[in-house]
Design a protein around this ligand. Structure first.
Ligand code: B1M
Length: 211
C-alpha cells in the first residue's frame, strides 16, 4: 500500500491517532502536499460520503473521519499556505445558518489565506446578521465567502446573500458562494458576485474579484 493509500484508508476508517504521523511521514518522503490532500484525504471523504448515502456507515463514523481529516490538514497547513497574509485585505468566511459542515470552508479559507488575504473565520451555523455585522465591523474587508453543504441550507445561503444586499454590503464587498450543492446558476440567481466549485479556484476567484 502506498503512503497516499494508507492516508486515504486512515481517514476513511477514522483512525484519528494515526493520521498526524502518517501525513508527516509522507511529507518527509517528499510526497507533494496537494497529492496528500486530494488523492489521500479528499478522496477518502468522497468514499465516506458514498458509504453514508448507501447506509453502510452513519453520522458517528462520518464525524470521526472528518476529525481525522482535520488533524491531517493541520499538518499540511504550513506546506499548502505561503502567500504574504493580508496584502489583499480581509476575507470574511463562514458556513451559513443551519449547516455544520466546515471541512470545505476551512480548505477554502486556507487557500484564500495563501493568496494573500487575512481571514476572518466566523465558523459554522452563522446567522445572516452575523455576516453583515462582521462586514460592517471590518471596513477593510473586500470579499465575503459563504458556504452551504446541504440542499436544505441553500435557502439559508440565499437569505444570507439577500440580507447582505439589502444592508448595502455590496458597496463594500464582493460576495462569493460555494459548497457541494451550489452551482453557477444558483449563485447568479441569488445575486452573488462569484462562485467556484473548489478551494483552489476559490483563491483565484477572490483575487479576480479584488483586481
Ligand atoms: Co454531512 N452530509 N451531514 N456531515 N457530510 C454530506 C454533505 C452529504 C452529501 C452526505 C451524503 O448523503 N452523501 C449529505 C448532504 C445531502 C444533501 O444535502 N443533499 C449530508 C447530510 C445529509 C448530513 C446530515 C443531515 C446527516 C444527519 O444528521 N442525518 C447532517 C447535517 C448536519 C448539519 O449541518 N446541520 C450531517 C452531518 C455531518 C457531520 C457533522 C457528521 C460531518 C461534518 C463534519 C465537519 O464538517 N466538521 C459530515 C460530513 C463529514 C459529510 C461528508 C461525508 C463530507 C463533507 C466534506 O467535508 N467533504 C459529505 C459527503 C461528501 O461531501 N462526499 C456529507 C470534503 C470537503 C472538502 O468538500 O465540503 O464539498 P466540500 O467543500 C469543497 C467544495 O464544496 C468547495 O470547496 C471545498 C474544497 O474543495 N466549497 C467552496 C465549499 N465551500 C466553498 C465556498 C466557496 C467556494 C467553494 O466560496 C465561498
Amino acid at each position: 500500500m502506498s503512503k497516499i493509500q494508507e492516508i486515504a484508508a486512515t481517514v476513511e476508517s477514522g483512525k484519528v491517532k494515526l493520521i498526524e504521523a502518517l501525513v508527516q511521514e509522507a511529507l518527509d518522503a517528499g510526497v507533494d502536499p496537494n497529492e496528500i490532500l486530494n488523492d489521500g484525504m479528499l478522496y477518502a471523504m468522497s468514499i465516506v460520503g458514498q458509504k453514508f448515502q448507501a447506509n453502510e456507515i452513519f453520522v458517528p463514523e462520518m464525524l470521526v473521519s472528518a476529525k481525522t481529516m482535520k488533524k491531517g490538514v493541520e499538518i499540511l497547513r504550513p506546506h499548502l499556505s505561503g502567500g504574504s497574509v493580508g496584502k489583499h485585505g480581509k476575507y470574511i468566511i463562514g458556513t451559513v445558518a443551519g449547516d455544520l459542515h466546515d471541512i470545505g470552508k476551512n480548505l477554502v479559507a486556507l487557500m484564500i489565506e495563501s493568496a494573500g488575504f487575512e481571514i476572518i473565520d466566523l465558523g459554522v451555523d452563522v446567522p445572516a446578521e452575523k455576516f453583515v455585522e462582521a462586514i460592517k465591523a471590518n471596513p477593510d474587508c473586500r470579499v465575503v465567502g459563504a458556504s452551504a453543504l446541504l440542499t436544505t441550507t441553500m435557502d439559508s445561503l440565499k437569505d444570507t446573500v439577500q440580507l447582505m444586499i439589502d444592508s448595502g454590503c455590496k458597496d463594500q464587498v464582493k460576495i462569493m458562494v460555494g459548497g457541494a450543492p451550489i452551482t453557477q446558476e444558483f449563485a447568479d440567481q441569488i445575486g452573488a458576485d462569484g462562485f467556484t466549485p473548489d478551494a483552489g479556484s476559490a483563491a483565484v476567484k477572490a483575487l479576480e474579484l479584488v483586481s
